[in-house]
Design a protein around this ligand. Structure first.
Ligand SMILES: N[C@@H](CCC(=O)N[C@@H](CS)C(=O)NCC(=O)O)C(=O)O
Length: 369
């Protein structure tokens, strides 16, 4: 039996980019295999029951899906160079950035991939075509690629990326690029000279869509060369032996980013959580939660728009909340003093009315409190 892990995914996939960079950093022996239609049919769906990537298969033949779970499982097997800082503020901030990358940077990622067809569409069709049907004739790839294009581009408006919100999304994303550019002028990674789980969260959208796709790639290279350098560092971190900043320090360059996280992303997460609570009324623990639960409002800058309520977001939100709740009182007070001016103290007091869990690759209602 091979000692290698297998990563099933594709170059254009957001969450595959997160896991691939992590596997490289940790020097975990792995082989990447394209998640072609055949692989979905013969391997991914029969073994996980869901049509999602990335999937990691262990040398023992276990299947793992969900980028955060994959990383957490691997952290227990490969303890060196942990991506979880051991000090409270840094670990919380790392988990918040992971959440931001996974759940909120989807907006610019999807906008810049799908709303610039003159620059992107041919590239992306080809990418999808060659992932879905590698080795097949070009006309088959184009036909199958178009089906995947239709599926994902069809999500743009339901995600809330509309003529009303696009200007605000672009203004916010350009501001974020400049803020990260200033940050990476001083630091190699978010929290020092080695990557944390927060870097991996950001890496998904900032690599697969916003660095690789032609239009946003140009934008990133123009506005934020230090972010480009960080993306490249993230993908080639095999030999990095850095450390997190001393004394639980958080660079001040991250503060404006965290303020917008708490001001804009967090209220949307709370809405998603309320949608679960409403839906869950009278249902038993263990019941599968639908992936989408109606529509909800969200605000970016001075624009309020509607988007579908994504139930999985609450699972991501529980990660920083659980960590915060697990802190001893004295550490909580230190963290609170840091979070208060950023709007994060109130946010950390939020308690989902119904918890969710991942069971057999699906989101289910957690046990009653
Ligand atoms: N939370 C999951 C999200 C995975 C995910 O949404 N993957 C995308 C590709 S990047 C996918 O497979 N989407 C298919 C679908 O949503 O049906 C993770 O972190 O692994």
């Amino acid at each position: 039996m091979s000692n290698n892990f297998i990563l099933y995914g594709s170059p254009a996939s957001l969450y595959t980019g997160k896991v691939r960079a992590y596997l490289n950093y940790k020097n975990i022996p792995f082989q990447e295999k394209i998640s072609s239609l055949k692989v979905y049919k013969k391997i991914i769906i029969p073994n996980t029951g869901v049509g999602m990537i990335p999937v990691v298969v262990t040398p023992q033949g276990e299947y793992w899906q969900d980028s955060s779970l994959i990383i957490d499982h691997l952290e227990t097997l490969f303890e060196e160079k942990s991506v979880y800082p051991s000090s409270p503020k840094q670990n919380l901030v790392a988990l918040l950035f992971e959440l931001y990358g996974d759940e909120w940077l989807r907006l610019p990622a999807m906008h810049y991939r799908w709303n610039f067809p003159a620059d992107n569409l041919e590239f992306i069709k080809q990418e999808f075509g060659s992932s879905v049907a590698p080795g097949m004739p070009k006309f088959v790839q184009r036909w199958l690629g178009k089906k995947v294009v239709d599926k994902f581009s069809g999500l743009v408006v339901p995600l809330g990326i509309t003529s009303k919100s696009i200007a605000a999304i672009e203004t916010w994303y350009e501001e974020l690029l400049l803020q990260l550019n200033a940050h990476f002028a001083e630091h190699d990674f978010l929290l020092g000279s080695c990557p944390s789980i927060g870097d991996y969260g950001l890496m998904g959208p900032l690599y697969a869509h916003l660095y690789r796709d032609p239009y946003p790639g140009k934008l990133m290279r123009t506005l934020a060369p230090n972010v480009v350098a960080w993306v490249e560092r993230m993908n080639q971190a095999q030999n990095i032996q850095g450390e997190f900043l001393a004394d639980d320090n958080i660079p001040s360059t991250l503060e404006p980013i965290l303020s917008r996280l708490f001001g804009e992303c967090w209220p949307a997460l709370e809405c998603a959580s309320q949608a679960i609570a409403q839906w869950a009324d009278g249902k038993d623990p263990g019941t599968t939660v639908p992936r989408r639960l109606g529509m909800q409002s969200f605000t970016i800058g001075d624009i309020t728009e509607q988007q579908m309520s994504i139930s999985f977001s609450q699972w991501m939100m529980q990660r920083p909340l659980d960590f915060y709740q697990s802190l001893p009182e004295l550490q909580k007070q230190v963290v609170d003093r840091y979070l208060e001016p950023l709007g994060g103290k109130r946010a950390m007091g939020f308690q989902p009315a119904k918890r969710v869990e991942l069971e057999n690759y699906k989101l289910v209602l957690g046990p009653n409190e």
